[in-house]
Design a protein around this ligand. Structure first.
Ligand code: GUN
Ligand code: ZN
Length: 461
C-alpha cells in the first residue's frame, strides 16, 4: 500500500515531528551509525500513526505533503523518537525487593525473593503490584517485557489483566517450581503443567498478550517437572519459554549435585527439549563453547542482565564469545536481582561489563539490542521494536535536555553514536519524555498530554 492510499483510510492519523531512529538489523561495529544501512535515522523526521500502527516514517519534508489538512501534528522537534524498549527478562513480583543486598544469588532468593513472592497468593496484592510495575516500565520507556510471575495462577491473571488494560504487548508466565522452595510456593509436576496449559490457552494471543512457559531454574524443578514442561514446549511451539541458566558459581555447583551425569547445566534443559526458538535463557554467564553452539543451533536466546550480574556478583557475560558463536542475545534488567527498571541504566552497565573483557559494546548496538534485536530474538520482527510502516506503534520520545548534564553533553555530540552513547551512559527515567503503546500516550514525564494543544503544529508547513 502506498503512503498516499493508506492515508485515505478512515482511521484518524496522528503525526509526530522529531528526530527518528530505528534499526533494520544488527549494526556493524566497523561502520559509523551514519554509514550503517541497518541504522535508520532522520534528523528532522515525521512519524505517522493510525489505528495503533505506524503508517509511515521518514523525512519530514518528504512526508508532510502526504498529510491531510486535518492531521494533528505533534511537534517534538529537538527530541528523538525511537521504538519502545523491550526488556527480555524481568520479575514483576520482585518490584518490592529491588535493592536488597545479599552475598550471592542463592541467599538472595531465600532471604528476599521467596518470601515476597509468597504474597502473590492474594489477588489484590498481585493486581496492585502489576499496576505499579507497568507504570514503572512505562516511565522508563519500556513498552514490552518478558515477565516472570509467581507460581500462583492468579499472579498471571493479574498481570495480563493490567497489561491488557494498557493494550501493551507483553510475554509472561506462571513460575513452575516443585522442589527446593518454601511450601507456600511449591506446585507439583502435574498441577504446574495443568495450570500452565490452562493459562496459555486463556492468554496466548489474547489481544497483545503472549504466554511463556516458566520453569524457574533447574534446581527448583524435579526431573518430572522438566519433563512435563518439555511436553508442553513440544505441544505448543508458538508459546514462549523462559528460565535461568549458568548465573552464579554456587548455583552451578548445586545443579551438578542435583543433576549428576549431564555435560553441563545447559545440557539439562537441552535433554528435556527446552532449547528451541522462542526460548529465553536468563544470564548465560558460565556457558562453554559447546553450550553456545547449542544456543545458536536451537535458536535459543540469552538475556544478559548486567545490573543483576554486578549487584549479585554473579560474573561477567562474555560478549566476544557470544558473538563468535553467533548465538542470539539481548540485554535485560532482571528486576529485582537487577537494580534498575531503566534500559538506559542497563545499557550503561552492559557497556562496562564489556569493557572489563576488552570488548567495545557501542551505543548503536546497545539500542539495537534493546529494540529491534530483542524483537528479532523474540520472533516479533515486523511486529514491535521498529518504526517501519506496518509495525505496532510502541514508541518513546527521548529528551536530550532532560538534565543539565545530559543537555551539556549532548549539545557537543559530534555524531549519532556520541548522542546515543550519552543517553546510555547518563540517561535514566528522566530522559524519557513520553511513552506510547499502540499509538496511545501512556506516560508523559510532564503530563502535558492532558493538554495536547500545547505542542500541536496547527499549520502544516
Ligand atoms: N534464578 C532463579 N530464580 C531467580 C530469580 O528470581 N532471579 C535471578 N536473578 N536468578 C534466579
Ligand atoms: Zn531472573
Amino acid at each position: 500500500m502506498t503512503i498516499a492510499s493508506s492515508l485515505k483510510q478512515d482511521a484518524p492519523h496522528v503525526a509526530y515531528r522529531a528526530g527518528l531512529l530505528y534499526f533494520t538489523g544488527r549494526p556493524s561495529t566497523a561502520l559509523s551509525a551514519e554509514e550503517d544501512p541497518n541504522v535508520i535515522y532522520h534528523a528532522d523526521g515525521l512519524l505517522i500513526v493510525a489505528d495503533g500502527k505506524i503508517v509511515a516514517s521518514g523525512d519530514y519534508r518528504s512526508l508532510v505533503s502526504s498529510l491531510s489538512s486535518e492531521t494533528v501534528v505533534h511537534d517534538w522537534r529537538g527530541k528523538l523518537i525511537m521504538p519502545g524498549f523491550i526488556d527480555t527478562h524481568i520479575h514483576y513480583p520482585q518490584s518490592d525487593i529491588i535493592a536488597s543486598p545479599a552475598p550471592d544469588l542463592l541467599p538472595w532468593l531465600n532471604t528476599y525473593t521467596f518470601p515476597t513472592e509468597g504474597k502473590f497468593s492474594d489477588p489484590e496484592h498481585a493486581a496492585e503490584v502489576s499496576e505499579f510495575f507497568i507504570d514503572e516500565l512505562l516511565s522508563n520507556g519500556t513498552t514490552s517485557a518478558m515477565v516472570y510471575c509467581t507460581s500462583h495462577k492468579n499472579s498471571v491473571n493479574a498481570f495480563f489483566t493490567e497489561s491488557s488494560k494498557r493494550n501493551l504487548r507483553m510475554i509472561a508466565g506462571k513460575v513452575m517450581m516443585d522442589r527446593n522452595c518454601p511450601d507456600f510456593l511449591k506446585d507439583t509436576a502435574i498441577d504446574g503443567a495443568k495450570d500452565s496449559e490452562e493459562l496459555l490457552q486463556q492468554w496466548h494471543g489474547k489481544g497483545r498478550q503472549l504466554y511463556a512457559l516458566t520453569p524457574r531454574f533447574a534446581p527448583t524443578s524435579t526431573p518430572e517437572q522438566l519433563g512435563a514442561c518439555g511436553e508442553l514446549a513440544k505441544a505448543y511451539p508458538e508459546v514462549y519459554l523462559q528460565t535461568h541458566v549458568a548465573e552464579s558459581k554456587a548455583e552451578l555447583k548445586w545443579v551438578s549435585e542435583l543433576f549428576p551425569g549431564y555435560r553441563s547445566y545447559l545440557d539439562i534443559y537441552d535433554q528435556y527439549g527446552l532449547l528451541r526458538p522462542r526460548s529465553m535463557y536468563g544470564h548465560c554467564i558460565w556457558l562453554d563453547e559447546t553450550d553456545r553452539g547449542r544456543m545458536r543451533d536451537t535458536q535459543s536466546v540469552a538475556a544478559h542482565c548486567p545490573t543483576s550480574n554486578l549487584f549479585l556478583g554473579s560474573g561477567l557475560f562474555d560478549f566476544a564469545a557470544a558473538d563468535e558463536s553467533q548465538m542470539l542475545y539481548t540485554v535485560a534488567t532482571d528486576v529485582g536481582g537487577g537494580s534498575s527498571f531503566s534500559m538506559l541504566r542497563t545499557m550503561d552497565e552492559a557497556h562496562k561489563i564489556g569493557r572489563l573483557n576488552a570488548y567495545h559494546l557501542d551505543a548503536k548496538n546497545m539500542f539495537y539490542l534493546s529494540t529491534a534485536g530483542a524483537a528479532k530474538a523474540l520472533d516479533l520482527e515486523g511486529t514491535i521494536g521498529s518504526l517501519a510502516a506496518g509495525t505496532e506503534a510502541d514508541f518513546i520520545v527521548l529528551d536530550p535536555n532532560a538534565t543539565p548534564l545530559l543537555a551539556r553533553r549532548t549539545a557537543s555530540a559530534n555524531s549519532l553514536e556520541e548522542l546515543l552513547f550519552a543517553f546510555a551512559l547518563l540517561g535514566d527515567d528522566r530522559s524519557i519524555q513520553a511513552t506510547y503503546g499502540a499509538g496511545v500516550c501512556l506516560h508523559d514525564r510532564d503530563d502535558t498530554r492532558k493538554a495536547p494543544e500545547s505542542d500541536i503544529v496547527l499549520t502544516i508547513q
